[in-house]
Design a protein around this ligand. Sequence first.
Ligand code: 6R9
Length: 709
Amino acid sequence: MADDLNDVTDDETNESSEAQIAVHWREENYYEPPAALTAQANASDPAIRDQFTEDKFPDCFTAYADLLTWYKPWDTVLDTSTAPFWKWFVGGELNASYNCVDRHIETHPNKAALIWLPEPESEAHQAITYRELYVRVNEFAAVLKELGLKAGDRITFHMPMVPELPVAMLAAARLGVVHSQVFAGFSGTAAGHRIADSGSTVLVTMDGYYRSGDLLDHKVKADEAVEAAAKEGQHVDTVLVFRRYPGQYSAKTPMVEGRDVFVDDLLAAHKGEIVEPARLSATDPLFLMYTSGTTGRPKGCQHSIGGYMSYVAGTSKYYQDIHPDDTYWCMADIGWITGHSYIVYGPLALGTTSVMYEGTPNYPDAGRPWRIAQQLGVNIFHTSPTAIRMLRKVGPDEPAKYNYHFKTMTTVGEPIEPEVWRWYYETVGKREAAITDTWWQTETGGFLGSTLPGVDKMKPGSCGPAALGIYPVILDEDSNEVPKGSGKAGNICIRAPWPGVFQTIWGQPDRFVSTYYAKYNKDPESKDWHDWPYFAGDGALEAADGYFRILGRVDDVINVAGHRLGTKELESAALTVSEVAEAAAVPVIDDIRGRAVEMYISLKPGVEASADVENKVKVAIETDIGKIARPKNIWIVPDMPKTRSGKIMRRVIAATSNFTDTGDITTLANPEVVDKIREQVQSAKRAKGEVPRELSETEEHEIKSFGQE
Ligand code: 6R9
């Protein structure tokens, strides 16, 4: 979804007509959960929290595991012997594909598991029943099996929002093959890095898909991906190509003889074939989800079968309030963790109907999401602040034109401004739906902080209290607890493990420990979970009522449209342009995307600044990472502000881009360059009408702390 937003909002982000958002972020008033929602909610009694108090940890989470069907029950709920590599439900055996598909065909075979809406409104939607899903998953599993793939092997998907993607995920899960889905909007090269890192020999892709009215050639990215992987020593034997229109090839890029195969051709040989789901250990990996960190190498977050599936089933039940007859629509992309947990695995484990949409939310107009909701009777809606901002901007009055009724609406990915929250509540939700602001991460598998929609009051801008069984603490740099209600922010950590937490970073166990657990661990030998708080990397504060307000990342990660881009990755892309000597990526506050990327580059001696160089940098970033990362501005500057040890001071640059105070620059080796850059950038921004509105306290805090470490 996010890349589309990038496409559609590009020419709009410079407008200054939009009403200003949350200038001062003060304590907000509460909103009561709707009585009708509470009356039917899976969690309707605050006493549910008593079942998840710390004295009941870790056994409280068996309530989540019991939502699944196990071949063999577990012996140990939580094994901490290899801390902090937590093992949940040890000894248990299950299969995720069985849990999302097979068991539902016994009870409701003809119910829609997925309803897929193609982007062109002229194309009919497809309802895929659980019975049909069973057939398709089995047939594709047979294809994967024929290729020789077996439990523990990795497979990369570079798939758009089509039903073939969940089918492929569930087919891999059936065999125990670890899938790694790369967001379709990412470039071929980015997919190639992830193929190489995971050691995949098979890539699954599609010839094309619709985006804002165009049928894009997606297959071309497979060729780039295979080439990029080969450069890193990883050979791809087979590229499986689904066709958007079976039997008809929609891409211009030729198929490569001996490597590329049309899936519809292969499937013909496996009609009606059944592949028994593998009995897998709860601690076996289900999938990898790559995310950005502060170094160039992406992190393959490895999620387990037993713990992850339990956690997404449990949180889908209580926080999405999914009941058997609901029609649930999460507008995120399956290429992100949100789609894995809350389009595919959570909702399907509960046997509900999950809606998938191929295209951009405002195609052909900003009424599309509400039309879809009306057409299908969607009653649970789930999206991101960036989509809400965009829909509010381009179609503030559209929701009122459609007859739909939501009971709950989720937001995820970044903090939502109270102003935007209120539009979501009043106009989209028509004051009859609860808003669930869910704070979590790729690494955490599922929600960490959120209100229970039928129980808790909502407070705009705060995600709410900790999720059931999650025990957060806010620590300062000296490991002191920042008490709630103190009005002070710190690093939010989770004290105890939970079943959804990722198991490791694929191939980088040391980085797993150093990034997420080392900061507050005092005894690396300890096998006691109390000694290993999980460091989320977000700044946060806890109000007196126990509600958390998340302030954003404390490291150098830029959250564009709810998705994390590593500054190092952006900078290395810019540095592939031969004229570029140095590059720095910083976030700039953007009313639609939340944050946009701005690049600062300095050129090699003797090279003149030109539009041509700028363009090369833009193309390099789009090629290496994807359109989502396209910089709002590229500034060619004479020099970068640096510390005496030569480290670029991103904090100073970020302040320049956002018109905030540059703070202390006395430790710089070249303080004089700061004024020069400020003059250059800010006068150019003034000329383009890009002077930002006054920032909120939290935004200022974020810009100030950007690049601190
Ligand atoms: C699920 C997902 C994680 C980062 C996270 C935080 C930010 C996510 C948020 C939120 C405030 C929310 N974030 N949800 N900030 N309120 N409700 O987004 O995963 O892509 O890994 O991003 O996003 O900074 O650390 P991921």
